[in-house]
Ligand binder design. Structure first.
Ligand code: SF4
Length: 823
């Protein structure tokens, strides 16, 4: 490793186009060969483009859930993948860039040839989670599943069959795992009466709910290529440099446009992330979950100094001040009244007030308020982390509100405070037929629905499929008719590892009388696979054909043909073929397949998509070409609304941006909440909810614990890759002051614990994280000696809580109070 470290440290001395190459080579090349395939050294990598005799290149892709989709050119010799080469089309310009895969995709051979690849269908023989299995034939596996499905539907109805959220193959189209309702499993279930679907997701459940009230629906902010027109960019917890770190991700675009425009970048984040380090001119450390207080402090300065864009607020927004509240709103309920201390709490939200909550000095808040209000165009955007808190709904609205205060919505160089958009090709999705089941579950409440789903209704977040996207003032009147009895898990580690409070989850799953059957279709023995009843070995993307439809970054839209590079390893079978066999046993094979093989579906998808994209190549052309790219127009979010707000009303009751949401106000009257400080607030105010700064629980567990995304993994995908584990080891980030106070030195093994669980990891002592905050990089695989014991793998979810947020009923997985000690 020492030689590799030296190379990485020298990255700053080489031109950008070389940097990615050096970073990858350092991470992947120095390791000796895997399973006889041979490693790729620096010199070999330099000659990577040369295809030697007997080698064949097949285009494939990395399909995990990082937000990007990257082409991979798999070099195959004698039936084995011997090398992974990147995209070799395009150039170094935004909109025509090479989509160079990151270190994760480049190491994909370690997933394909992993020692943990599933080889045969497995049936559980011991208790669930005990790890005792018997190999069975495919015929037996298909028959067990078909019989159990028929029995479950007959006894409990189709509402008792749930398809788990899973993003292991999010980028595919036929073999797509997300959204669950868009997967081939959904198509199969819809042939036999449907299934219990879910809404929103672990990535962004709170903002998905909250944005409907603020903007009427998800709008999307400007695409990042448009930042070239910004003078200032303010990023709340947005971290492309560690999440979407390829040419198809946003890191290339953000880095390149910053260099071209010279704009200033401010990153607000509890952690000096790779993005803060490499892109930002200023890092603003903040206590997790307090962004709405920060924005209130900024607003106080802007209001007092007449820096808000009053003309924009008057014309486009509802509820900023008393003059623009809708009829029926209580007096002094506007945002301005809240900030000036004229509202119900009587507290003025001065910079000093905000400083006490956020940890950001008052002078910094004042300075930033003046800069943000006077440097235009200014783009405000956010990543998903700030809303993954117990007060996540209000948190997610705070950056939107900031963009409203400065009037930067719908213009080039500006932004609406949501996450960035990107321009994508209008590719056709895999058709899944109609799901007749009406109740729809909030994604995070599935464990509740296993324990006591029957009778869950509106106040538990159950929505009606017929108006699933309209939580605005719709009192959903459906009730769930059954507990969850059958779980399909396809490409998902959310059944255990990625769901919150692992110890509680495995206790629930350990009661086999509740959920009676868990079928896992996977290519690795993941933590969730270990807690299943049947495990079916899936072919990897390299072992089947598919189309990677929705690639996009900035203003570049692209589609990749992921062709079959090698035969499925061991006894693995592509998911579509597995489901075809089960459909046959359920008597719906013709309806499920419409007579098509997987390759014929790919052909059909391309042909259908070509109706809207005439220049889209044919399947045969794509087999050679691999990728189709098209430079598209930049996205300017909400431009039509900005240009003509009367003709292009938003989906809110007023048709305007609702800073004070009348629908949330109505819901707050009808849906009282009295646990964990939860409430429904018409305004995006700061609310101290569960495990926030100031919680009395801090006397026992004083530190806030978040779980940042980390280069080693995309969530839990690639989590068992030896190369990546060596290059990016799992460790707990602890601030230097907090470590000193506990006698902890860099590299010590420490124990992190709360009342929900314990984990043990080496510590990374650093000033790169806010004092009082620690971070356990999320996605590591849970590895206790015995279930419920101390987790030596370092999964943050032994510490996280299953408690639901207020109205999104989502995952506040970054709101955790913990203590640390030397192990
Ligand atoms: S993890 Fe994401 S950025 Fe990296 S290669 Fe895969 S798709 Fe691309």
């Amino acid at each position: 490793m020492s030689q590799q470290k030296t190379v990485i440290e020298r990255v700053g001395e080489v031109p950008l186009s070389r940097r990615r190459f050096v970073q990858w080579s350092a991470a992947a090349g120095g390791t000796a060969g895997l399973m006889g395939l041979g490693g790729v050294g620096l010199q070999q990598a330099a000659a990577a483009d040369a295809t030697a005799a007997g080698e064949k290149v097949t285009w494939s892709a990395c399909t995990v859930n990082c937000g990007s989709r990257c082409p991979l050119r798999l070099v195959v010799k004698d039936g084995q993948i011997v090398r992974v080469d990147p995209d070799d089309t395009g150039d170094d310009a935004v909109g025509t860039q090479q989509i160079r895969a990151c270190v994760r995709g480049r190491s994909i051979r370690q997933r394909i040839y992993s020692a943990e690849r599933l080889k045969k269908p497995l049936k559980r023989t011991g208790k669930r989670g005990e790890g005792k299995w018997a190999e069975i034939s495919w015929d037996e596996a298909y028959t067990i599943i078909a019989d159990k499905l028929k029995d479950t539907i007959a006894k409990h109805g189709n509402e008792s069959v749930f398809i788990q959220y899973g993003t292991g193959v999010i980028g595919a189209t036929v073999a797509r795992s997300w959204p669950p309702g868009g997967s081939a499993i959904a198509r199969l279930m819809n042939c036999v009466g449907g299934f219990l679907d879910e809404y929103n997701d672990y990535s962004c459940g709170q903002i998905e709910a909250a944005v409907d009230f603020h903007y009427g629906a998800w709008q999307g902010s400007n695409s990042n290529d448009d930042l070239v027109n910004s003078r200032l960019v303010v990023m709340f917890g947005n971290n492309p440099h560690e999440t979407r770190m390829s040419g198809g991700g946003e890191v290339f675009v953000t880095q390149t446009v910053k260099r071209a425009s010279g704009h200033r970048v401010i990153v607000v984040d509890p952690r000096l992330s790779e993005t803060a380090m490499n892109l930002a001119d200023e890092w603003v450390p903040i206590r997790p979950g307090t962004d709405a207080a920060f924005v209130a402090g900024l607003a106080h300065v802007m209001i007092k100094e007449n820096l808000v864009d009053q003309a924009f607020l008057d014309k486009y927004c509802s509820g900023f001040d008393e003059q623009h509240l809708p009829a029926g709103a209580p007096a002094h309920s506007s945002y301005k009244s809240y900030v000036l201390g004229l509202g119900a709490d009587g507290v003025e939200k001065t910079p000093d007030w905000a400083a006490r909550i956020t940890g950001i000095p008052a002078a910094t808040i004042t300075r930033l308020a003046r800069e943000i209000a006077t440097t235009k165009p200014c783009s405000v955007n956010q990543g998903w982390g700030i809303q993954r808190h117990s007060n996540g709904e209000n948190q997610s609205r705070a950056p939107m509100l900031l963009s409203n205060l400065i009037g930067q919505v719908g213009i080039s160089g500006g932004g609406n405070g949501e996450r960035e958009s990107s321009a994508a090709l209008p590719m056709v999705s895999f058709p899944v037929l109609k799901n007749p089941v009406k109740p729809v579950l909030p994604f995070f409440a599935w464990t509740d629905a296993v324990v006591a789903g029957k009778g869950m209704g509106y106040r538990q977040g159950i929505r009606n499929a017929e108006n699933i996207n309209s939580n605005a003032n719709v009192k959903h009147d459906v009730v769930l008719g059954s507990d969850i009895k059958f779980i399909w898990n396809y490409g998902s580690n959310a059944t255990v590892n990625q769901h919150a409070d692992i110890n509680k989850t495995i206790e629930i799953l350990g009661d086999e009388s509740k959920c009676e059957m868990i079928v896992c279709i996977e290519n690795q023995m993941t933590v969730s696979a270990q807690w299943s009843d049947l495990v079916l070995p899936d072919a990897t993307t390299a072992e089947q054909i598919d189309v990677i439809a929705q690639g996009s970054a900035g203003n570049l839209g692209y589609t990749i043909l992921a062709d079959k590079a090698i035969e499925p390893l061991f006894d693995s079978v592509p998911v579509y073929e597995q489901l075809t066999q089960i459909a046959d046993r359920l008597g719906v094979k013709q309806q499920f397949t419409e007579g098509r093989t997987q390759e014929q579906w790919v052909q059909w998808l391309l042909d259908e998509s070509r109706k809207a994209i005439p220049e889209l190549p044919t399947l045969d052309q794509l087999r050679t070409q691999g990728i189709f790219k098209k430079k598209l127009d930049s996205v300017i979010g909400m431009k039509k609304f900005r240009d003509d707000p009367v003709a292009n009303k938003l989906g809110t009751p007023s048709g305007k941006i609702e800073i004070w949401s009348s629908n949330l106000y109505t819901m707050s009257q009808d849906w009282p909440m009295d646990v964990d400080g939860n409430a429904i607030d018409p305004l995006p105010i700061y609310r101290q909810t569960r495990e926030m700064p100031g919680d009395p629980l801090q006397q026992k567990f004083p530190l806030q614990c978040i779980g940042h995304h980390y280069k080693q993994r995309t969530h839990s995908s690639y989590g068992n890759s030896p190369w990546l584990k060596e290059a990016h080891p799992q460790h707990v980030w602890v601030n230097t002051l907090d470590a000193q106070a506990r006698g902890i030195a860099h590299g010590d093994r420490i124990r992190v614990f709360n009342d929900r669980g314990k984990l043990e990891l080496p510590v990374y002592v650093t000033p790169r994280i806010m004092p009082g905050v620690i971070s356990v990089p999320q996605g590591a695989w849970y590895r206790p000696a015995t279930p419920g014991g101390v987790d030596k793998g370092g999964s943050v979810n032994v510490l996280t809580s299953q408690k639901l947020t207020s109205y999104a009923k989502g995952n506040g997985q970054h709101s955790n109070l913990v203590q640390v000690e030397k192990a």
